[in-house]
Design a protein around this ligand. Structure first.
Ligand SMILES: Nc1nc2c(c(=O)[nH]1)N[C@H]1C(S)=C(S)[C@@H](COP(=O)(O)OP(=O)(O)OC[C@H]3O[C@@H](n4cnc5c(=O)[nH]c(N)nc54)[C@H](O)[C@@H]3O)O[C@H]1N2
Ligand SMILES: Nc1nc2c(c(=O)[nH]1)N[C@H]1C(S)=C(S)[C@@H](COP(=O)(O)OP(=O)(O)OC[C@H]3O[C@@H](n4cnc5c(=O)[nH]c(N)nc54)[C@H](O)[C@@H]3O)O[C@H]1N2
Ligand code: SF4
Ligand SMILES: [Mo]
Length: 725
């Protein structure tokens, strides 16, 4: 028996796992009680990593699509040769824009994908880059880039020291937190209450988090920006503004005051469904509590005013003196890969709008185009039409709006390659599937997620188990794809390219390049890049130091970082950047909108699920049906729907059926269906998931409904009609 300690890669909480091995067999998975951050917390998904590793349906060898549509196992050499054989002439004939990349969510948890995905992307040389970010957090990152200067400068609620936490559109008891890396949120919320503080949840559903909160306010989907504008308005109106630590660095206070002028508590009460008195009281409580924070997540970003709402969350914390203050919204300082370490210096501003999509002319944000446009870029003929698609750890046929159209578009591609571990709704369309090692067979370091952690920590995990013979690590596969894309054939040497990547990083980082080069010379791949970043980082760490600390290194609670972290062109906190003010007229128009009595669809998450791809693990799949349509009793009786009956849900883009769950936990006028289901399509190889397939809610999400500033899809607040099937 041996024990391996590693960080769970399955969600943003970064829990420590203690894995007991009998030879190469996983005997058990338990919480690592000595983990400096998670301290013994794990959730059921963490335990399921054993089943994920052992899942007989997980792809273990490359697969090549045969003329009859089935997949045949292939060697790595054959798979790369096939990609080269088909990609190279396609790029020659149609140009680089004919290729596209879609990066899915697990890429953000994966060192190989973060560090080497961009190498492949560069080699491919296309502007058709898409990711799950534009069905997720892009509005928050763009708002942060405009306000603070980088897309990683997102204020994180200092949950462990706050006495008042206002949560909008997040359910961390199910999701375990997002853009807020904080293992064990239940205990952290409980601790707020234990020290006499309060937790208030704003959500159109009485979520599990709402159930443990001190107060829950139902809100009409898509109206959070109105509520937040009214909170900011009230702060000014009642003379409660006090910028605290932010005062010397804030610009645009008058413009912000003017922008929120129309949004009185009375004006937003109707549209949001929240009493004006309650809104005013909330503003007073926030302003009057010395340690208070506001946190908005998926329900505030993937909706019609996502970027404005994301901006106003941080503007609200700033005008109430809670930005960069203990117990408020604070900025982590990561050990590696920080974009805002070191002293304050003017930056280049948010990287947006440098190019536009071909069909709808939607602007680029942070180097990518809105994923909701991917289908039309594939199915609309003309110069620049996408003919080859690479998916990297993504299941866009399940996660993007209008799945019907998207899936038809996939079928029309000339070439599709998927770097993935399952044959699922998306990858069944691939011509070549390249598998990745199991989650236990590669190293791990949360380069991305520590940027949003409620404590500064660093934790590196070596592989728990060796890779199967012949299986490359994902970074090696990505470098090989980069060589193919660069026209260097399927069997070039990836080592010089890896050296080049490391050399570029060393040069970018500055300092004594020779010393750094020498110090990391014994390493390759992600380990070398990570070591370079750690050595150049603010704590002067090394990978060796992390290797010697399997339970992680605690770098302490979050520290005030103003003005050092500011990277805006002005060097200030921009409270009213023009790009965000541009969203205000539409918000004002929403004040006068008449409700038509129609139903709005929202999503939700369940603790034992993970987007679309963990429904094949028996330990998680057990229990009651999860893919149900939640309907309020009033709506249910109006629509003659009874509990357990089958409902038919229709939107502009499609129709699905789902079992009805009548519950007063969802507000009247709102129905809720989780995403990531619909495993009953032909050609997938997920036998457990197929037994209880559920339905794909994104058949209903409309690719025309986008948040205007970032092009992020509206996945919450979709107009639908519901009736008995
Ligand atoms: N209606 C609605 N739609 C939504 C959402 C919603 O709330 N409502 N949420 C959105 C959000 S927040 C997100 S992040 C997206 C997610 O969108 P995606 O990232 O497109 O989808 P996932 O379901 O996370 O699929 C992950 C894929 O990665 C594969 N995979 C898992 N581990 C690995 C690995 O280690 N290596 C490789 N190469 N592949 C791996 C899985 O097999 C799966 O195919 O969905 C979005 N879509
Ligand atoms: N168990 C589990 N954990 C996960 C995932 C998973 O699928 N399962 N996915 C991971 C991913 S990719 C992400 S991005 C995170 C997301 O993490 P969270 O943001 O916490 O996601 P949800 O649990 O979906 O919570 C969103 C809440 O928003 C509410 N909501 C919907 N519309 C609105 C609205 O207009 N206004 C307001 N105020 N609320 C609204 C929904 O009812 C729901 O309760 O979770 C991650 N963790
Ligand atoms: S909360 Fe997230 S990181 Fe922690 S064990 Fe569960 S899935 Fe893994
Ligand atoms: Mo996400």
């Amino acid at each position: 028996m041996t024990t391996s300690i590693r960080t769970c890669p399955l969600c943003e909480a970064t829990c420590g796992l203690e894995i007991e091995l009998e030879g190469d067999r996983v005997a058990s998975v338990r919480p690592d009680h000595d983990d400096v951050f998670s301290k013994g917390f794990i959730c059921p998904k963490g335990v399921s990593i054993k089943e994920l590793h052992e899942d007989p349906d997980r792809v273990r060898t490359p697969l090549i699509k045969q003329p009859d549509g089935t997949f045949a196992q292939a060697t790595w050499e054959e798979a790369f040769a096939e990609i080269d054989r088909r990609l190279t002439p396609l790029l020659e004939e149609h140009g680089r824009q004919a290729a596209a990349i879609y990066l899915g969510n697990p890429s953000a948890h994966n060192l190989s994908a973060i560090l080497y995905g961009r190498v492949f992307l560069k080699a491919l040389g296309t502007k058709n880059v898409f990711s799950a970010s534009t069905v997720d957090q892009m509005p928050k990152q763009v708002a942060a880039a405009h306000m603070f200067g980088t897309e990683l400068s997102v204020p994180v609620p200092d949950v462990d020291r706050t006495d008042f936490l206002l949560i909008l559109g997040a359910n961390p008891l199910a999701s375990n937190g997002s853009l807020m890396t904080a293992p064990g949120m239940r205990h952290r919320l409980q601790a707020i209450q234990d020290r006499g503080g309060r937790v208030v949840v704003v959500d159109p559903r009485r979520s599990r988090t709402a159930q443990v909160a001190d107060e829950h306010l139902f809100i009409r989907p898509g109206t959070d920006a109105l509520l937040l504008a009214a909170l900011v308005h009230t702060v000014f109106d009642e003379g409660l503004e006090d910028l605290g630590r932010a005062a010397p660095y804030a610009a645009g206070l008058d413009e912000l005051r003017e922008a929120v002028d129309p949004f009185t508590a009375e004006a937003v009460a109707g549209p949001t469904g929240i009493d004006a008195d309650r809104i005013r009281a909330l503003a007073r409580e926030l302003a009057g509590t010395p340690r208070a924070a506001v946190y908005g997540r998926i329900g505030t970003t993937t909706q019609r005013f996502g970027t404005v709402a994301s901006w106003l969350v941080d503007a609200l914390m700033t005008v109430t003196g809670h930005l960069d203050a203990e117990g408020g919204g604070m900025f982590p300082l990561t050990a590696a890969g920080s974009l805002n370490a070191g002293p304050q210096k003017p930056g280049r501003g948010a990287k947006v709008g440098r190019w536009a999509s071909r069909v709808r002319g939607l602007p680029e944000t942070l180097g990518e185009l809105p994923a909701a446009t991917l289908a039309e870029e594939m199915d609309t003929p003309g110069d620049g039409q996408i003919r080859a698609l690479f998916t990297i750890a993504g299941n866009p046929a399940s996660s993007l709006p209008n799945s019907g159209r998207f899936t038809r578009a996939l079928a029309g591609l000339d070439l599709m390659v998927s770097l993935d571990i399952y044959v699922n709704e998306t990858t069944r369309h691939a011509d070549v599937i390249l598998p990745a090692p199991s989650a236990l067979e590669h190293s791990h370091y949360d380069l991305a997620l520590y940027a949003f952690a409620v404590r500064n920590v660093a934790n590196y995990s070596p592989p728990t188990l060796p890779r199967p013979a012949g299986m490359p690590d994902e970074w090696e596969t990505l470098l090989r794809l980069a060589l193919i894309a660069a026209g260097q054939g399927p069997d070039g040497d990836i080592a010089p390219l890896d050296d080049f990547v490391a050399e570029q990083l060393i040069e970018r980082q500055g300092g004594d390049a020779d010393a750094l080069r020498a110090a990391v010379s014994g390493r390759r791949g992600p380990e070398r890049l990570l070591d370079i970043m750690l050595r150049g980082g603010p704590y002067d760490l090394t990978l060796e130091a992390l290797e010697a600390a399997p339970h992680g290194i605690d770098l302490g609670p979050l520290q005030p970082r103003l003005p050092d972290l500011l990277r805006t062109p002005s060097g200030k906190i921009e409270l009213a950047p023009p790009a965000l003010l541009a969203g205000v007229p539409a918000l004002e128009a929403a004040l006068a909108e008449q409700r038509n009595g129609g139903l709005l669809l929202v999503g939700r998450r369940h603790l034992r699920s993970n987007n679309s791809w963990m429904h094949n693990l028996p330990v998680l799949a057990r229990g009651p049906e999860r893919c149900t349509l939640q309907v309020h009793p009033d709506d249910a009786s109006r629509l003659s729907l009874s509990d357990g009956a089958t409902a038919r849900v229709t939107s502009r883009t499609g129709t699905v059926t789902a079992p009805v769950e009548v519950t007063a936990d969802v507000m009247p006028g709102v129905v809720s269906l989780p995403h990531g289901w619909g495993h009953d399509v032909e050609g997938t190889q997920m036998s457990v998931a197929a037994e209880r397939p559920g339905t794909n809610s994104n058949v209903l999400a409309d690719e025309e409904l986008l948040e205007p500033i970032t092009g992020t899809a509206v996945l919450n607040g979709i107009p639908v009609e519901v009736g008995a099937a």
